[in-house]
Design a protein around this ligand. Structure first.
Ligand code: PEP
Length: 253
């Protein structure tokens, strides 16, 4: 049985004080029973992680980050390492998000190094994959996503995949208000399981949690989350308001 995960990607939003307000609101409004049935994760900006450590300490809400550097430490001005995240209690890190691929030129090769580093340091990667609109129109979306999975998981052993979460995020659905239909998303999640089976085996394919991301909100979440192979959501815009994020978590229950 794959436990559902709802993860919030706050992106570059919220000051330290604003983040405290949202974290406190989540903490007070999230039903304890729901929090024990669904894994809830927030990924705020790095600066707000100390607030998460303090405010969420006595809750089941986990926290993570949105990026790491692929090296342990050293002369990499402005960067944050996986060990630093682990030391402050981050459970997860989002890797390979399409915005990092698009605006920061992250390649599958670099993302692969980051996935390996996160796993080595005890931080669970939420590995994002997904095709652009152009690639879907060309009918190559399955090939693109299979290639992303294969290259980003190079040299990751089957045992480590226990700590891996994948997020299917069609780029054309991120922040656009356009959502993949439940059937479109389900079809790609099944393809991702096939890729995992080819890379590893049926056990890994069957137990790995695959989230859907791309304009998921309190209105469409229930239908998407009712599909057999959709194990939760990676939520951008709708994770910035406690009520809409909680409604999605409730839909996952
Ligand atoms: C995301 O950035 O991972 C995302 C899914 O964003 P949104 O929900 O805003 O489309």
């Amino acid at each position: 049985m794959r436990k559902k995960i709802v993860a919030g990607n706050w992106k570059m939003n919220k000051t330290f004080d604003e983040s405290r307000v949202l974290m406190n609101e989540l903490k007070s409004k999230l039903n304890k029973d729901t929090a024990s049935k669904v894994e809830v994760v927030i990924c705020p900006p790095f600066l707000c992680i100390p607030a998460a450590k303090e405010i969420l300490a006595d809750t089941k809400i986990m926290y993570g980050a949105q990026n790491i550097h692929n090296r342990d430490d050293g002369a990499f001005t402005g960067e944050i390492s996986a060990s630093m995240l682990h030391a402050i209690g981050c459970e997860y890190v989002i890797l390979g998000h399409s915005e990092r691929r698009q605006y920061f030129n992250e390649t599958n090769h670099l993302i692969n190094f980051k996935v390996i580093k996160a796993l080595e340091k005890g931080v669970k990667p939420i590995l994002c994959v997904g095709e652009t609109l152009e690639q879907r129109e060309q009918g190559i979306e399955k090939k693109i996503v299979d290639e992303q999975i294969t290259l980003c998981l190079k040299d990751v052993c089957a045992m480590d995949t226990d700590n891996l979460v994948i997020a299917y995020e069609p780029v054309w659905a991120i922040g656009t208000g356009k959502t993949a239909s439940p059937e479109q998303a389900e079809e790609m999640h099944v393809e991702i399981r096939k890729s995992l089976e080819n890379l590893y085996n049926a056990t890994v394919a069957g137990r790995t949690r695959i989230l859907y991301g791309g304009s998921m909100n309190d209105k469409n979440a229930k239908e998407l989350l009712s599909m057999n192979n959709i194990d939760g959501g990676l939520i951008g815009g709708a994770s910035l308001k406690a009520d809409s994020f909680i409604a999605i978590i409730e839909a996952a229950k």
